[in-house]
Design a protein around this ligand. Structure first.
Ligand SMILES: Cc1cc2nc3c(=O)[nH]c(=O)nc-3n(C[C@H](O)[C@H](O)[C@H](O)COP(=O)(O)OP(=O)(O)OC[C@H]3O[C@@H](n4cnc5c(N)ncnc54)[C@H](O)[C@@H]3O)c2cc1C
Length: 264
């Protein structure tokens, strides 16, 4: 990667203007993924002078600056309290602490990485992404959006609620990308089931969620039916890490296990 100019922005407006000055200009989060890129950029815009590295707990939600590192995110008590710790647990499974001290939560979301162990669990919560100069989207809307992002992600807002979560990363080794990752959350809005590294990016299993959420009580046969709905409606594929049928089998085992865990 070749970067001609570096700009440490002093205001969000300056960062936004600089980003849109040239089509190859980019924002740097932690830079861990960008460093591996082979494309050239006219200017890299650094947001580190803009106090975007804070996590603030409010009465009904948690605000997370886009430059918060994965490590600060993982060990923050407000994040650890979400769903009895499954979000923190997921973040803690990414590479080592040194790496997580660098990679940012904003870069992890904006990258729409198909293997992401962050996007899959975050999809199971009520999340808003806040952009500069204006605009907000749910995480699901952002993942479906197309084209180059011309705005700056400033913060992520997570609704606080009392619930229980489950996360499972299946990989060949602890440092490998996931072959499949699964997150399940049961809170006041009902069940949310998300699967990522399918090998596509995290997605919600809406049909299974809708089925479970209209029940008064969930029996074992309902769990089995929800698992069938996941297998039928969520798209799985093959790549060098695993084939479609293996991923489908993994989903069957771990969605069932996860549903039992959040119900226990
Ligand atoms: C070797 C390696 C192994 C990895 N393994 C895993 C793994 O096992 N599981 C996992 O979940 N993840 C993994 N990741 C991904 C990692 O966790 C981060 O998600 C990734 O590095 C992106 O975060 P970053 O801060 O480095 O972003 P950057 O590299 O700085 O940026 C990524 C993208 O986001 C854009 N961007 C960043 N911040 C903003 C912003 N505020 N507004 C607008 N655009 C922005 C950048 O322009 C760029 O396009 C791995 C990454 C690497 C390099």
């Amino acid at each position: 990667m070749d970067i001609k100019n570096y700009c440490k922005a002093t205001t969000l407006e300056e960062a936004y203007q600089k980003l849109n000055e040239h089509s190859s200009n980019i924002i740097a989060g932690g830079g861990a993924w960008l460093k591996m890129s082979t494309s050239d950029h006219e200017t890299m815009v650094d947001l580190s002078g803009l106090s975007l590295n804070l996590i603030e707990e409010k009465e009904h939600h948690i605000e997370i600056g886009s430059l918060v590192t994965l490590r600060d995110f993982e060990v923050n008590p407000s994040i650890q309290s979400l769903g009895k710790g499954y979000i923190s647990e997921a973040a803690g499974l990414i590479m080592g602490v040194g790496f997580r001290n660098l990679a940012s939560i904003g870069g992890s979301i904006i990258g729409k990485f198909p293997f992401s162990d962050i996007i899959t669990p975050l999809l199971t919560l009520n999340i808003k992404l806040i952009f500069y100069p204006e605009g907000e989207m749910t995480l699901e809307e952002y993942l479906k959006s197309k084209g180059k992002l011309t705005k700056i992600l400033t913060k992520i807002v997570i609704e606080k609620e009392n619930g229980k979560g489950y996360f499972k990363k299946v990989g060949n080794t602890v440092l490998d990308f996931s072959i499949l990752n699964i997150a399940i959350y049961k809170g006041i809005h009902g069940f949310r089931i998300s699967l990522g590294s399918r090998p596509g990016v995290g997605t919600l299993a809406h049909e299974a969620m809708d089925y479970l959420n209209q029940l008064d009580a969930v029996k074992d046969s309902d769990i089995d039916f929800a698992v069938e709905l996941v297998q039928k409606h969520v798209r799985f594929g093959s790549n060098e890490a695993a084939d479609e049928s293996y991923r489908r089998e993994l989903a069957k085992v771990y969605v069932k296990r996860g549903l039992k865990e959040v119900l226990s």
